[in-house]
Design a protein around this ligand. Structure first.
Ligand code: SF4
Ligand code: SF4
Length: 412
């Protein structure tokens, strides 16, 4: 990992307008958090003079990047805070943080014993023990593990991906691989209907978002290096793009690998994107056509913070608006409060719920039957705290498709 270059994180550009402080969800919920201006550009001036000025309350930053979206001067406020945490934060991490951040390792262990693990994690006595010993809040519901990994299903159960003229590669991420392979299956089915074969990367590691937020920069950099090398190979091998189904993985790999972890990605960035962006762009250029069935009903779309930072919400919502009969409600852009592993921790859980309260209320007021979002951790938080089911746009689009007609439209 590089020793983060301070000028690269441009704190000198701060105009001291305080606009960022008006949008920070943590500042509004937690009186102990100094807010983006003080934790970011202001604090960096002091930390540069003396690392002793590092403030432990920086651990409360959600890395939501709302401050960066609001900043009129382009200051990378969230990056400055994350870089400081990696640089000055405690060197030894508690077992809880390492466990929560090790999604690949824990997922690989849990999948073969999924029924037992899922049953145990839902037992009140186990939740109380985890709360007392590991400091994982007892109120948190864990996403259940799948009995089979997506990679296994892809190899053994899905139709052959040979014989397509056009290919994309898929970065499935930990959630699809260990918890919800159906989303990966939906992705492959959708891309096949669009006339594209799907390949998996030679090697894929967790994108590293949880490692970064838990201060495990070295491991995050190692994962980033593996992912970038695999994607380079896939693109050199003829894949048109590397597609994803998680806004947070996508944001991390596109926008945090280079200047936060020091892993170059400029050659990959233009070809690494969410599937919704790829499909939308190719509909616009006449390379993909979708045929939909009528899908009457109301669904509500939630914009994940990292989707807002990417500026890509429009791709999901414009595709969903193509579905005839669907009454799509766009929810106000409120943070759900979970921020990956943050909301699992006992000391953070109350803030996590307080931050998400406005969003949960908006969902209840929307009159929607279910929610759509591009981020799996937003899904966990919304399902647990509002009781509504949450779907990825890929699944909704696939369910609304006239599959045979779409295949015919995209046949070469
Ligand atoms: S990244 Fe989010 S939580 Fe952190 S300072 Fe910025 S707005 Fe606040
Ligand atoms: S919004 Fe940007 S320019 Fe204004 S105080 Fe915050 S970091 Fe500085």
């Amino acid at each position: 990992m590089q020793d983060t270059n301070i000028s690269q994180n441009n704190f000198e550009q701060c105009l001291k307008c305080s606009l960022c402080t008006t949008v920070c969800p943590m500042m509004a919920a937690n009186p102990h958090y100094p807010g983006p201006k003080q934790a970011g550009p202001d604090g960096e001036r002091y930390r540069l003079k003396d690392p002793g000025f590092y403030d432990l309350t920086l651990k409360y930053c959600l890395n939501c990047k709302r401050c960066e979206v609001a900043c009129p001067s382009g200051v990378r406020v969230g990056d400055i805070i994350q870089a400081s945490r990696l640089k000055y934060g405690r060197l030894s991490r508690p077992l809880r943080d390492i466990t929560l951040a090790s999604t690949d390792f824990v997922g690989s262990l849990a999948v073969p014993f999924a029924p037992i693990v899922n049953g145990a994690l839902s037992l009140p006595i186990v939740k109380i023990a985890m709360d007392a010993i590991l400091k994982v809040d007892r109120h948190r519901t864990f996403p259940s593990y799948s009995r089979r990994k997506f990679t296994d299903i892809f190899e053994k159960d899905l139709p052959s991906q040979e014989g397509y003229k056009r290919y994309v590669s898929y970065f499935h991420g930990c959630y699809v691989n260990y918890n919800y392979p159906q989303l990966g299956v939906d992705f492959v089915t959708l891309m096949n209907a669009c006339g594209y074969g799907v390949r998996l990367l030679d090697r894929e590691k967790c994108c590293g978002v949880a490692l970064i937020s838990n201060g495990l920069g070295k491991q995050a950099s190692e994962n980033a290096a593996v992912n970038m090398a695999s994607m380079r190979k896939a693109l050199d091998g003829g894949s048109e793009a590397v597609l994803t189904s998680s806004s947070t993985c996508t944001f991390t790999m596109r926008d945090e690998y280079d200047h936060l972890l020091g892993i170059p990605n400029e050659d990959i960035r233009p070809h690494l994107m969410l599937a919704v962006k790829f499909i939308y762009d190719r509909i616009e250029s006449g390379q993909i056509s979708l045929a939909f069935k009528e899908m009457p009903g109301r669904l509500a779309y939630h914009t994940p913070c990292h989707m807002q930072k990417l500026g890509w919400t429009v791709y999901s919502t414009e595709l969903l608006k193509m579905i005839p009969g669907l009454d799509l409600q766009i929810l106000p852009q409120e943070c759900c409060g979970i921020s990956g592993t943050f909301g699992f921790k006992k000391e953070n859980y109350p803030y996590s719920q307080k931050i998400g309260a406005k969003l949960f209320e908006a969902i209840r007021d929307s009159g929607a039957a279910a929610v759509i979002t591009d981020c799996e951790t937003c899904k966990w938080q919304i399902e647990m705290s509002s009781g509504y089911r949450v779907y990825n746009p890929i699944t909704v689009l696939l369910n609304a498709l006239d599959l045979e007609k779409t295949k015919m439209l995209n046949a070469e």
